[in-house]
Design a protein around this ligand. Structure first.
Ligand code: FAD
Length: 486
C-alpha cells in the first residue's frame, strides 16, 4: 500500500527540523505538522534558546560597553538603554531565524501542515487546523517531536503582567529595577545574570538545596564570585504565595526558608519571573492509539535508536526527557531519520558538552575532579585563570577559569571545565581532543592563534604537566616520552 509520506513529523523544533532535513537528503518525502499558528521552530526559536540568548547577547554588549567606555558611573544601564531596543534586536533575530527554517523546508521540498497533529494509528496522523477542519495523512514512519511547555505553579497565577513566565518575559516593556526569579537551575541563572547586566536587582528563590551542583566545585565557586552584587541566590525556599500590594505598588513574594520554617518572609519586587519545571507536550496526541509507552515522569520511552515501543514510531527532543537541549535534539532528530530508513549513522557520542549562558558563561564536558576521586581514577588537574590571558585582558573579561582534568599516568584528557567569556565556544577544542583520545600535550605541541582565549588550554596544560613532572625535569621528560612513542 502506498502512503502519502515516507515520514510524518509532529513538531518543527530542532528534533523535527533535523529529522525533516536528513530525510529529505535521503530523498524521502517528509511532512512536518506544526500546531503553532504563526511560527515554525518551536521553543528553540520562539520562546527558549534563541530569544533568551539574543537578549543575553544584547545585555552582554551593554556590560562590555559600560565597563570600557561609560564614564558616567552613577548611571545604571537602565538609565542609558531601553528595553524596547533590546526587544527590537531580539525580534529581528527571531524573524531571520524563522525565515531560515521556512526557506530550508521549501528548498528541501519538505511539506508543512499547520494544525494540531494526533496519532490515529501507527501510520495515520490527523491534523486539526486552526480553522477547525480535519486533514488526514498517512506515512511509513512517524516522528514525535512535540517538545515541552512550562508547568503551571500551584500557589500563584502567572498573569503575564506582574508575574511572568518563559514567554511573557520576552515581551517585557521596560527594564525592571527589581526582579524575583522563582526557579532553579540553568535558566534561572541565565536570566538572573542577563537582567543583572541591565542594572536590575535580582533575587533567585530556588527550591533546591543546592543549585548547579553538577558543576566542578572550583568552577562553581569562580562563577559565584564573578556574579555581580546585584544577584542574590537563596536556596531551599518554599513559596507561599504572591500578592500585589496596591498601597506600595509593589508585588510581594511570600516564602519560607526551610532552615527557619516558622518565619514567613516577604520580598518586594516589581516583577516575578516564574521559571518552574517543564512538561512534555503529549496531551491528546493519541499515544494510546499506537501503543506508544511513556515512563513514570510522562516522557516517551525510546531505545538508543530513538524508536518507541511501536517500531514504526520514533521520538526525539524534549519529549524523551534528559538532556532536553536544542543541541542534543538536533542530533537525535537526525539520527532517528537515519535509523528509520536503515542508513548507517555515526554512533552517539559518549560525551556531550553542556553550556550555560550566564554572564560569565559556563561549559563543561567529561568528568569533574570530584567525580574522578569518587571513581578512584588517578587524575591531575591543570588550571588557567583568565586574568593571565592577554585576550581576556584586552576584552575586559578577566573573571574566568579553564580547568583540565587528565589521567596522571597517561596524560589523557578526561574532562574540561570552563567558566568565563566564550566558554561555550572554547569547550569544543577540548571536546575534539577528548573525542580523538588524545592527551594534554596536544595543547603544547600545536601552534594556536595568538592572542585568543584558547591560550587558556596551553597555560592549563603546562600547569598540569608541571604538577605531574615536578620542577626541574618536567619539560625534557615530556619531550623524551614523545620521542619514545614515535
Ligand atoms: C528559556 C530556555 C532557554 C534555553 N536555552 C537553550 C540553550 O541555550 N541551548 C540548548 O541547547 N537548549 C536550550 N533550551 C532547550 C531547547 O529550547 C529545547 O531543548 C529544544 O527546543 C527542544 O526541541 P524539540 O524539537 O524537542 O521541541 P520544541 O523546540 O519545543 O518544538 C516542538 C514543536 O512542536 C509543536 N507541537 C506541539 N504539539 C504539537 C502537535 N500535537 N502537533 C504539531 N505540533 C506540535 C510546538 O508548537 C513546537 O513548535 C532552552 C529552553 C528554554 C525554555
Amino acid at each position: 500500500m502506498s502512503r502519502d509520506y515516507d515520514v510524518i513529523i509532529l513538531g518543527s523544533g530542532p528534533a523535527g527540523f533535523s529529522c525533516a532535513m536528513q530525510s529529505s537528503k535521503f530523498d524521502k518525502k517528509a511532512l512536518v505538522v506544526e500546531s503553532h499558528e504563526k511560527h515554525l521552530g518551536g521553543t528553540w526559536i520562539n520562546t527558549g534558546t534563541v530569544p533568551s540568548k539574543a537578549l543575553r547577547e544584547a545585555a552582554k554588549t551593554i556590560v562590555e560597553f559600560n565597563t570600557q567606555f561609560n564614564s558616567e558611573e552613577e548611571k545604571k544601564p537602565y538609565d542609558l538603554f531601553h528595553m524596547e531596543d533590546l526587544l527590537q534586536y531580539k525580534n529581528k533575530i527571531l524573524e531571520r531565524e524563522n525565515r531560515k527554517v521556512k526557506d530550508d523546508f521549501i528548498k528541501n521540498e519538505v511539506d508543512v501542515a499547520r494544525g494540531f497533529g494526533r496519532l490515529v494509528d501507527e501510520h495515520t496522523v490527523e491534523v486539526e487546523t486552526h480553522i477547525g477542519t480535519m486533514e488526514t495523512y498517512t506515512g511509513d514512519f512517524i516522528l514525535l517531536a512535540t517538545g515541552s511547555s512550562p508547568a503551571h505553579p500551584t500557589k500563584f497565577k502567572v498573569d503575564h503582567d506582574k508575574v511572568l513566565d518563559y514567554e511573557s518575559i520576552l515581551n517585557i516593556t521596560h527594564i525592571p529595577r527589581r526582579l524575583v526569579i522563582i526557579g532553579s537551575g540553568v535558566h534561572a541563572m541565565e536570566y538572573a545574570t542577563t537582567f543583572a547586566a541591565l542594572g536590575t536587582r535580582v533575587s533567585v528563590l530556588s527550591s533546591r538545596k543546592d543549585d548547579l551542583s553538577f558543576l566542578d566545585h572550583e568552577i562553581k565557586e569562580e562563577f559565584i564570585s564573578a556574579l555581580s552584587d546585584s544577584v542574590t541566590i537563596r536556596n531551599d525556599i518554599v513559596i507561599e504565595g504572591i500578592e500585589f500590594n496596591s498601597l506600595r505598588t509593589y508585588t510581594e513574594v511570600h516564602f519560607r526558608d526551610q532552615k527557619e520554617k516558622d518565619r514567613l518572609q516577604v520580598i518586594e519586587t516589581e516583577h516575578v519571573l516564574y521559571l518552574g519545571g517543564r512538561k512534555p507536550n503529549l496531551e491528546n496526541i493519541g499515544l494510546n492509539n499506537a501503543n506508544v509507552e511513556t515512563d513514570s515522569n510522562g516522557f516517551i520511552i525510546t531505545d538508543k535508536h530513538y524508536q518507541t515501543s511501536n517500531t514504526r514510531i520514533y521520538a526525539a527532543g524534549d519529549v524523551i526527557g534528559f538532556p532536553r537541549l536544542a543541541s542534543a535534539s538536533f542530533t537525535q532528530g537526525r539520527q532517528a531519520a537515519c535509523n528509520m530508513f536503515g542508513i548507517p549513522s555515526l554512533d552517539n557520542p559518549d560525551q556531550i558538552p553542556y553550556g550555560i549562558y550566564t554572564i560569565p558563561e559556563i561549559s563543561n564536558i567529561g568528568i569533574t575532579e570530584q567525580e574522578a576521586e569518587e571513581q578512584g581514577i588517578d587524575v591531575t588537574v591543570g588550571r588557567a585563570y583568565f586574568e593571565s590571558i592577554a585576550k581576556a585582558d584586552m576584552t575586559n573579561h578577566k573573571d574566568g577559569l579553564l580547568k583540565l582534568v587528565f589521567s596522571t599516568e597517561t596524560l589523557k584528557l578526561l574532562g574540561v571545565h570552563i567558566v568565563g567569556d566564550q566558554a561555550t565556544n572554547l569547550i569544543h577544542l577540548g571536546q575534539a581532543v577528548m573525542a580523538s583520545d588524545d592527551d594534554i600535550r596536544y595543547f603544547i605541541q600545536h601552534v594556536m592563534n595568538y592572542p585568543t582565549l584558547s591560550e587558556a588550554y596551553r597555560i592549563a596544560a603546562f600547569n598540569g604537566l608541571n604538577r605531574v613532572y615536578k620542577a626541574g625535569v618536567k619539560y625534557q621528560r615530556i619531550l623524551e616520552n614523545e620521542q619514545d612513542q614515535t
